[in-house]
Design a protein around this ligand. Structure first.
Ligand code: SF4
Length: 292
């Protein structure tokens, strides 16, 4: 059910990636996190090796390549963490109208305007976040990486993930398709879908993770039954490899996509898929971000 409080509803459906004069960090009230999530944008240049038509990042306005500063990221995060009281409730004026129960700190999430694992400083960022988390034990929050799964075989990426998961962390790894054909329409990448699957299997050798899957229609056509069968088959193979898939998060468009050709699927579509994942694959699945 959507929240009754209009301020909470507005904050949950509008996630600006700008905050004050900050460059990297921005607080949002997140339905999926169940409270406040502090986003960290590691891709100031908006660079991504996917070109998803449903992406909300406006790449028609390019940004120059920019090196990131890990100390500057930490300084912004420390300023934001200082706005939480002893109960972990955010006291930013911007969230004043939201009930305390809905504005507790839940996580710091690496996401942003592109694929965060592409940056060379990724392992360093992971280590900094783990140290920051350890320095604030009174604030019980997770570290979350949201990734498109294409670079999970890189040593520095696995090293960074190791830091994030060393205390309390999660990886949300994208898998939006079952066939290469649909994948090239919905994610558009030079990295093959087989490679994405192999990366999930590789990640599963050392770390548990969640899978995040977005389904939407393209040019008026929803993913077919054969497409969903192929998607389930990929999930089955990843699980059979021994990977610990903690959850499959299913969602559809929640905000305005880059291309108007994308349309949300129905709640019924996602609920049917959710029950197929649970019964056929034996992995918990959740539908996020819509009334179902
Ligand atoms: S992977 Fe994420 S950031 Fe990259 S194009 Fe797709 S939705 Fe946008």
């Amino acid at each position: 059910m959507p929240p009754r409080n209009p301020d909470l509803r507005r904050e949950q459906s509008h996630h600006p990636r700008e905050f004050a004069d900050f460059v990297y960090a921005y607080p949002v009230v997140s339905r999926r996190s169940g409270g406040v999530s502090i986003g960290v944008n590691l891709n100031l240049d908006k660079f991504c090796n996917f070109d998803c038509p449903y992406c909300q990042v406006d790449r028609t306005v390019p940004k120059p390549k920019q090196a990131i500063s890990v100390p500057a990221i930490r300084a912004e995060l420390e300023k934001l963490l200082s706005t939480f009281d002893a109960e972990g409730v955010c006291r930013l004026a911007r969230f004043a109208a939201i009930p305390d129960a809905d504005k507790r700190l839940k996580d710091i999430a690496i996401s942003g305007d592109g694929e965060p694992t592409m940056i060379p400083e990724f392992a360093e960022v992971g280590a900094m976040l783990a140290a920051l988390q350890a320095s604030r034990p009174e604030l019980d929050f997770k570290l979350v990486l949201i990734t498109n799964s294409t670079l999970l075989d890189r040593k520095i990426v696995l090293e960074g993930i190791g830091h994030l998961l060393s205390r309390k962390g999660e990886v949300w790894a994208k898998l939006d398709a079952g066939t290469e054909e649909w994948y090239q329409k919905i994610n558009v990448s030079r990295v093959s879908l087989d490679k994405v699957e192999a990366n999930l299997i590789r990640l599963g050798e050392s770390h548990p993770f969640k899978i995040q899957s977005l389904f939407c229609g393209l040019d008026g056509v929803d993913p077919s039954r054969a497409e969903l069968d192929a998607y389930l088959e990929r999930l089955r193979r990843v699980k059979a490899s021994g990977a610990s898939i903690l959850e499959v998060q299913l969602h559809t468009l929640a905000r305005k996509p880059a291309q108007a050709s994308c349309t949300p699927v129905t709640g019924g579509f996602l609920q049917d898929l959710r029950s197929r994942i649970e019964s056929a694959i034996g992995v918990p699945a959740m539908v996020y971000g819509m009334e179902t």
